[in-house]
Design a protein around this ligand. Structure first.
Ligand SMILES: Nc1ncnc2c1ncn2[C@@H]1O[C@H](COP(=O)(O)OP(=O)(O)OP(=O)(O)O)[C@@H](O)[C@H]1O
Length: 123
């Protein structure tokens, strides 16, 4: 929550502290993020092993970031939905489905980027 007595810099630092805590919570408590984060670590190690180029690193990192961001926002929407309406409701189901759909778009594009980077290295 905002403290009206905070200076601009103090306010930004407070927000950064909360944001980092959120990232830590996502990685340590949310199974879907744990899975995606583990894949991100593995594919990063693989990038070093295969000695991918600077351009390939940029696309790989963008793909990893895109998936983690989409999956994290999806988790947030799921949590918010469960808080607002814990019981079964068709519209909550729809909201969760399309939120998961957004994460799926990110995952599909990331897989395509991975194939474009690595397939030529094995052929
Ligand atoms: N309250 C609800 N009302 C209607 N449908 C729901 C509700 N909760 C979940 N669903 C349906 O179940 C699906 C899975 O929901 P859930 O919240 O378990 O997400 P999940 O992706 O399985 O969770 P996680 O990311 O933790 O693995 C939703 O996409 C939706 O179709």
């Amino acid at each position: 929550m905002k403290n009206p007595n905070d200076s601009f810099l103090k306010g930004r630092l407070r927000s950064l502290k909360f944001a980092l805590r959120g990232a830590f919570l996502l990685i340590t408590t949310e199974h879907s993020i744990m899975v995606q984060f583990s894949i991100a670590v593995l594919i990063t190690i693989f990038g070093f092993v295969m000695q991918i180029s600077a351009t390939e690193w940029m696309f790989q990192l963008l793909a990893i970031g895109m998936v983690l961001v989409a999956e994290s926002l999806n988790t947030g929407i799921e949590k918010l939905s469960d808080f607002i309406h814990p019981d079964y409701h068709k519209r909550i189901g729809f909201i969760k489905d399309i939120s998961a759909g957004a994460a799926t778009f990110a995952a599909i594009i990331a897989v395509i980027i991975g194939l474009i980077i690595y397939i030529p290295k094995f052929s």
